[in-house]
Design a protein. Sequence first.
Length: 199
Amino acid sequence: MKVKKEVIKRLTNLAFRINKNKKSVKGITFAQVVILVIVVAFLSLAFFEINGRSLISQAQADMLLQYIDDTSKAVGLYYSDTLKLPNSIKSLLQNDGSSGWDGAYIQLQRAELTTYSNATLYDTSGNKLVDGASADAVKDTKYQTYFTLANDGNKVYMQIFPIDNNTALYVDKKYDDGNLNTGNCKYYSTEQELVCKIY
């Protein structure tokens, strides 16, 4: 609030000059008007840039939370039908030959099934479940974000990448404990990968 008052004070001093007698106010010059317009435009642009990024990040995070929720439910249905954990996200979309498969377990909206080459997929403890191999992935076409699944034999992990730190933190606050280094979600900043245990 102090910064805002200081900016207003400086702009006021820039726009008006009061003479020594304080009886009359001198008008502002054209140069002062130009400077004032530039300062206001710059502040407005900075405000909208920050808020715009924040809104996009929140919208992407809400979409990611929906994918996590839908995929978690799909893994549960897959497991109840086949009595095993899926090896990839493709197993939830296409019959993988497992006895009892009765999917598709998820529907793709605004996304497509693809293969991600040279994938490094982690669990939440930092163990590499896939290292340098190809992985089936779903690619969200709006945010250009990939989703993959991997399991360690007991749990299923969803990997989401690339994702920035702020979006990952928002997802973690809504889905887990709000700490990107503990709990059911972990963020790997070098890979820009968020990993969440979903089953």
